[in-house]
Design a protein around this ligand. Structure first.
Ligand SMILES: [Zn+2]
Ligand SMILES: [Zn+2]
Length: 382
């Protein structure tokens, strides 16, 4: 019996990337050679890893589904799965129209990711997942936010309900495939003779052809539409994380839309750096504050907080404010806020300050030659 990659991970053939990832993580927990005493653990671990690798790569998964397990593994040994891939799939009927971006912050054109027709399989195929990006600032990531995202994406044609032909159009059985929707092709390839079953080109896998095409979608059943979606962004999200919006991807058969994957980018912040769940910032204090200690105010994403600078603080010392960092999603609590204090050396003094500082130096036994006009010159040089 040959296990295929879906069996190995115990997922269905239309499993989403998320389902595959989580099945893989489960397999890792069970079979990781460092934790398992199953003698076959290493082998099983490797298989699960390979399965995940192929099934989460859209192109490879498509090839895998088309070729079947054995042929794919065979082909891959010969390095034949890394090129080719999506090959010519009938041109994009909409050309390169409609620009994205422009003055609209989050306008995304994700139509180009979508490669026409439902291509093979037939029956009840799920629509493709689409990917886009959304940029937010660190403060929004701190609090969590709801953002509008405008996307141009493929949707089922409203004129024909996604059928590609006007309601009531006469239909007949496709003569090329006798209604099966499939064609079998034998191909000579670099790695031998391959029998490939593909969707019938004439009827696009439907088994039926229609006498008339819908003029709005030109028979594809799909049009491009601009849509504005509300994206819920959880507090504590990190850059590079992806939110999955169920059913907001490309249309599939029987309403089984793909998902929209929104990758979050977080802009750098001028005052706060993020290090995991911790935030880092800087705070300038004066020389007397460093010497005597003081209660210092600091602006954070949650308003003003106070912290104690103890007497005798050195420039560059870091103070940790517990729980004032980024929230940790899924887990409770937050990281910490690390405040690095900088003791500011004055670059200008008034007469009184100058005398006091000279007296300070003298009282400490320091013998400093202070030239008149020193600070004036220093100031001019900035
Ligand atoms: Zn056909
Ligand atoms: Zn239509």
């Amino acid at each position: 019996m040959t296990e295929d990659f879906y069996d190995i991970l115990g997922v269905s053939r239309d499993a989403s990337d998320d389902e595959i990832e989580s099945a893989y993580r489960e397999a890792v927990r069970e079979y990781h050679p460092d934790v398992s005493d199953d003698p076959d653990a290493e082998e099983k671990f490797k298989k699960a890893k390979k399965a995940k690798e192929v099934l989460t790569d859209d192109e490879k998964r498509q090839m895998y589904d088309q070729m079947g397990h054995e042929q794919f593994v065979e082909a891959e040994k010969r390095g034949a799965t890394d090129d080719g891939g999506r090959g010519g799939r009938g041109g994009d009927p909409f050309g390169g129209a409609a620009g994205g971006g422009g003055p609209f912050g989050n306008m995304q054109d994700i139509f180009d990711q979508f490669f026409g027709g439902s291509g093979g399989g037939g029956g009840n195929r799920r629509g493709q997942d689409l990917k886009t990006q959304l940029t937010i600032d660190l403060e929004a990531a701190y609090h969590g936010t709801e953002k509008e995202l405008t996307v141009t994406r493929p949707e089922a044609c409203g004129e024909c309900d996604g059928r590609g032909h006007p309601p009531g159009t006469d239909s007949r059985t496709c003569p090329d495939c006798n209604g099966s929707g499939e064609q079998t092709r034998v191909q000579e390839t670099a790695f031998g003779r391959m029998q490939q079953r593909t969707a019938c080109q004439r009827c696009e896998g439907q088994g039926t052809i229609y006498d008339e095409r819908c003029s709005t979608c030109r028979g594809d059943g799909i049009v491009r539409n601009q849509t504005t979606l509300q994206v819920e962004i959880p507090a504590g999200i990190k850059t590079g994380q992806t939110l999955r919006m169920r059913g907001e991807g490309a249309p599939g058969e029987s309403g089984r839309n793909g998902d929209l994957l929104v990758e979050i980018k977080i802009e750098d912040h001028p005052d706060f750096d993020r290090e995991g769940a911790n935030l880092q910032t800087r705070k300038a204090i004066s020389f007397p504050q460093a010497v005597f200690g003081d209660t210092v105010e600091l602006e954070t994403f949650d308003g003003t907080v106070e912290f104690e600078v103890p007497e005798g603080t050195q420039s560059g010392e870091t103070f940790r404010l517990n729980g004032k960092g980024m929230p940790r999603p899924q887990r409770r609590g937050s990281g910490d806020l690390l405040v690095k204090v900088q003791v500011v050396t004055p670059d200008s003094l008034n007469e009184e300050q100058r005398e006091a500082l000279e007296a300070f130096a003298e009282a400490g036994g320091e013998d400093i030659e202070v030239e008149q006009g020193f600070f004036d010159r220093l100031r001019n040089s900035f």
